[in-house]
Design a binder for this molecule. Structure first.
Ligand SMILES: NC(=O)c1ccc[n+]([C@@H]2O[C@H](COP(=O)([O-])OP(=O)(O)OC[C@H]3O[C@@H](n4cnc5c(N)ncnc54)[C@H](O)[C@@H]3O)[C@@H](O)[C@H]2O)c1
Length: 419
């Protein structure tokens, strides 16, 4: 096997891509690369551009219940223009002194999330710097002062340094970016759909960030917190990779570097119900959450031995808690900022399993997931009944993605195909 590249990642037997990257034959004096990548063929409209050995994109949605066969090598789609930027970034050493995280939108949810991240010592979170940005200059200044006022009395472990930045600077500095901005959230008395109604205005705000990210060849993580979480994640992939006539360019964000963070609070709401029923410990161990940050989310008390009544109670609790807080005249944001983001991001960065909405079976879908360069779903044993429920939900969301025109309809032209 001929290896190309001198960094922590190397390409195997692909001199053409290595040439485009400017990577030469690996020197024999260097240690074994941590990551060996082989080219794979696949559809970059619908699957990760780079995948770790434990994740097989060909499994589609079945990746939620089946592990990839034993392999040592990673795989990548050599034909996608944007994969070069990703490979170059993957070959760099991970940030030595900790991650730099950007937060755009310091409102209720973004503010609580940033507070928790700013109060967690770097030694525990892996985050050395928090860079904040808000369209409202005085709000941004306020949060800079507030977050800058978080410190311990003679503590040994430092908390992250907090700075503010323009959108361009955010993408130049950050390893991961959190999108928590919104045009507006329906007021507490609003009933019915309170998330999807934010799609058009928030997609438009998101687009300004995508333009900036692409302008500086951003290859960091792009994490969506704003609603509707999954559709905005899908839009981040679609819109950053479409030209003005809607055709796929493949030069935008890699799909596996985008994820939605909204399932954490749904799970926390289900666990609160389990606690009331005296079954929290068991549910926390063998239960799970799947689906979107919406009233379609589903919970299971036990993936391998589900109890329909218990699962239904947990699902209902997850779906309804939002409205219970609203009935009291408030918008829910503490649970979301803490459970979906503040507690989730450090685990995600550490490579532990989290709950996130990731590209699986063509759409962004909430599931247990783990980061290895990209964020991919992790496989869990489950009964056929559980699988059927998840697959049914996924199918419904897939057709919704088509009706929202968030997918490319033309097939990806294979190399050598006549256009
Ligand atoms: N993922 C979750 O778990 C979860 C849970 C609850 C709510 N949410 C969603 O999170 C989003 C934020 O909710 P919120 O209550 O914090 O809203 P908010 O109105 O309190 O805050 C929004 C912030 O975004 C800022 N903003 C607006 N346009 C901007 C731009 N172009 N650039 C930078 N900043 C901009 C505003 O100035 C404001 O500070 C909403 O979409 C909400 O539905 C997500």
């Amino acid at each position: 096997m001929k290896l190309f590249g001198q960094g922590r990642a190397a390409l195997a037997d692909d001199p053409a891509t290595a040439g485009r990257l400017g990577w030469s034959l690996r020197r024999r004096s260097l240690p074994e690369p941590e990551v060996i990548l082989v080219p794979r063929s696949g559809d970059p409209h619908r699957e990760p551009w780079i995948a770790p050995p434990w994740f097989d994109p060909a499994l589609g949605l079945h990746a939620l219940r089946r592990k990839a066969g034993r392999r040592r090598t990673w795989s990548y789609l050599a034909e996608v223009p944007g994969v070069l930027r990703c490979l170059a970034r993957l070959a760099e050493p991970p940030p030595e002194k900790g991650w730099c995280i950007g937060v755009a939108g310091l409102g209720r949810v973004g503010g609580v999330a940033a507070t928790l991240l700013a109060a967690t010592p770097t030694g525990a979170s892996g985050i050395r710097e928090l860079v904040i940005h808000d369209a409202d200059a005085s709000n941004q200044e306020r949060w800079l002062l507030e977050l800058g006022s978080i410190a311990r009395w003679r503590g040994r472990s430092a908390c992250p340094v907090v700075r503010s930045a323009t959108t361009r600077e955010l993408f130049l500095r950050c390893d991961a970016f959190l999108f928590a901005a919104t045009d507006s959230v329906p007021p507490p008395e609003a009933r019915g759909e309170v998330r999807l109604v934010q799609f058009d205005p928030n997609r438009s705000i998101l687009n300004d960030f995508l333009v900036e990210a692409c302008a500086v060849d951003y290859a960091g993580l792009f994490l969506i917190v704003s609603d509707p979480v999954e559709w905005l994640a899908q839009a981040a992939f679609h819109d950053s990779n479409s030209d003005s006539s809607g055709c796929f360019t493949g030069s935008g964000l890699a799909p596996e570097r985008i994820a939605g963070l909204g399932l954490g609070v749904m799970w926390a709401r289900a666990l609160a119900a389990a606690r009331r029923d005296g079954i929290e410990a068991a549910v926390a161990r063998v239960g799970a959450a799947y689906g979107p940050h919406s009233t379609e989310v589903i919970m299971f008390d036990d993936l391998e031995n589900p109890n329909a009544v218990r699962s239904e109670r947990l699902t209902r609790a997850a779906r309804e808690c939002n409205f219970k807080v609203r009935d009291l005249g408030h918008l829910p944001y503490v649970g979301p900022g803490v459970s979906s983001v503040g507690l989730m991001v450090p685990s995600l960065l550490a490579g532990r399993e989290v709950l996130a909405s990731v590209l699986v079976g063509e759409i962004y879908f909430g599931a247990p997931a783990r980061m290895a360069w990209g964020i991919h779903p992790t496989a869990h044993r489950m009964t056929d009944g559980v699988w059927d429920t998840i697959a049914g939900l996924h199918e419904g969301l897939r057709s919704q993605a088509r009706s929202l025109e968030l997918q490319w309809t033309a097939p990806y032209p294979r190399r050598g195909a006549v256009s």
